[in-house]
Design a protein around this ligand. Structure first.
Ligand SMILES: Cc1cc2nc3c(=O)[nH]c(=O)nc-3n(C[C@H](O)[C@H](O)[C@H](O)COP(=O)(O)OP(=O)(O)OC[C@H]3O[C@@H](n4cnc5c(N)ncnc54)[C@H](O)[C@@H]3O)c2cc1C
Length: 384
């Protein structure tokens, strides 16, 4: 059977789009997306932070692809006029009992090769006038990006290279055939279509395990040569800071280390995120979050019911003593997808190839930052 496309990418989030923008230079590509446009799921419900790779185990995918992706995304943003700001990040201790965690974060950041410096005493004293900071260090290469413009630019480049986008089409069945795959799609009007392709790149985010299951892969790791493909979901809620006088106090990202913790990596693994922090957007708005809750639901609702206001107020006030409860308004909700791990294994990004199938799994933070580096890695599979 003749193929309609060499490569089908399932999912038009930041990962599918970044891959499409590169693979389409040398291959004819179809991107299939169940929503009516790109980036409506995790890729538009995140902190929009360009991370510097300071928190991850050395030489893990998250570490290497974040550091590489950090450079690539700044270069891309300049080339395609995507609004971004390299404002830097303060990693801070807010109490004496969090100084051990700060020391651990500093050592981790130093060994990661990231560009960091201690905050000098004068600056620290100035910061202390408005913020509750005991001590801290500065990550120079951290920044923020307008993720909607970034996604737009990736889709533009992919289209320009000839990529076809099939929106409002959900992949519901996949059959392995001699020449590759037959993919069955259900369109928004309930009509059914089929596509024949040579290779599949599964960039379906929360939907990645179910795509793999359609092909027949066991999700629990099966034999030794198979990785675990199953994912767990963690919900993160934000609250916006709507008092402009407070927004003006902070010109950078502010990430407190957890209180009474000694090891940052263990904390992040168990908590599911970095703890409630302060981020800014390129247009100057500011938000607190995300928090963390492990959930079982399959139907993800992006509505913030505001029930966590009190908890956010307490966490925010720890950092910004003049914060009032009225300064907060319910913000966005995001869902992290993480690879389910066995024992003490680190939940790294999974980029797994089985002949003409490539699986992207557990692409939680720093996936936005790492997107172009992940795309390069996937592109390399096609050049080998
Ligand atoms: C709360 C939160 C904060 C974060 N903050 C940051 C940050 O500051 N910096 C950073 O670098 N990263 C951050 N991240 C991580 C980043 O957002 C993700 O790594 C990234 O968005 C993952 O992109 P994706 O393309 O894999 O997934 P998605 O954006 O979810 O895209 C997957 C797409 O696949 C589609 N799909 C699924 N199933 C099917 C199907 N059967 N058929 C067709 N289409 C399908 C979906 O509709 C979806 O559009 C954060 C994540 C969260 C949740």
């Amino acid at each position: 059977m003749e193929s309609d496309f060499e490569v089908v990418i399932i999912g038009a989030g930041v990962i599918g789009l970044a891959i499409a923008s590169q693979i389409s230079e040398n291959h004819n590509v179809l991107v299939i997306e169940k929503n009516e446009r790109f980036g409506l799921e995790s890729s538009s419900h995140n902190s929009e932070v360009i991370h510097a790779g300071i928190y991850y185990p050395l030489n893990s995918n998250k570490h290497l692809l974040c550091i590489k992706g950090n450079q690539l995304i700044y270069d891309w943003a300049k080339q395609f006029s995507v609004p971004h700001l390299k404002i830097g990040k303060i990693v801070s201790a807010t109490t004496d009992s969090s100084l051990t965690a700060l020391e651990d974060a500093w050592e981790l950041a130093q060994s990661s090769g990231a560009n960091i410096k201690k905050i000098n005493k004068n600056i620290l004293n100035k910061l202390k006038l408005n913020l509750n900071i005991t001590d801290g260090f500065f990550s120079i290469d951290s920044g923020i990006i307008d993720s909607a413009s970034y996604l737009n630019s990736l889709e533009f480049v992919a289209r320009n290279n000839g990529t076809i986008f099939g929106y409002s089409s959900k992949v519901i069945e996949i059959e392995k055939i001699n020449s590759g795959y037959k993919i069955v799609l259900q369109n928004n009007d309930d009509s059914i279509g089929t596509v024949i392709c040579e290779s599949i790149i599964n960039a379906a985010g929360h939907g990645s395990p179910s795509i793999a299951a359609m092909i027949g892969y066991p999700l629990d790791g099966g034999t030794d040569s198979m990785p675990i493909l199953e994912q767990v979901i963690n919900k993160g809620v934000y609250f916006d800071i709507i008092n402009n006088n407070i927004n003006k106090l902070i010109d950078y990202l502010l990430y407190p280390v957890p209180d009474n913790e000694e090891n940052m990596q263990d904390y992040i693994s168990a908590f599911g995120g970095l703890g409630i922090h302060v981020t800014k957007s390129v247009n100057g708005t500011m938000k607190l979050g995300p928090d963390s809750e492990w959930i079982d639901e399959k139907n993800l609702s992006y509505i913030n019911d505001g029930k966590r206001l009190e908890a956010f107020y307490r966490a925010g006030k720890l950092l910004i003593p003049r914060l009032k409860v009225d300064d907060l308004s319910p913000g966005q909700v995001g869902f992290r997808s993480r690879i389910k791990t066995k024992d003490e294994q680190y939940p790294d990004f999974l980029i797994w190839q089985d002949e003409n199938y490539i699986h992207l799994g557990g692409i939680e933070s720093p996936g936005l930052t790492a997107s172009l580096a992940i795309a390069e890695r996937v592109n390399d599979f096609f050049s080998d």
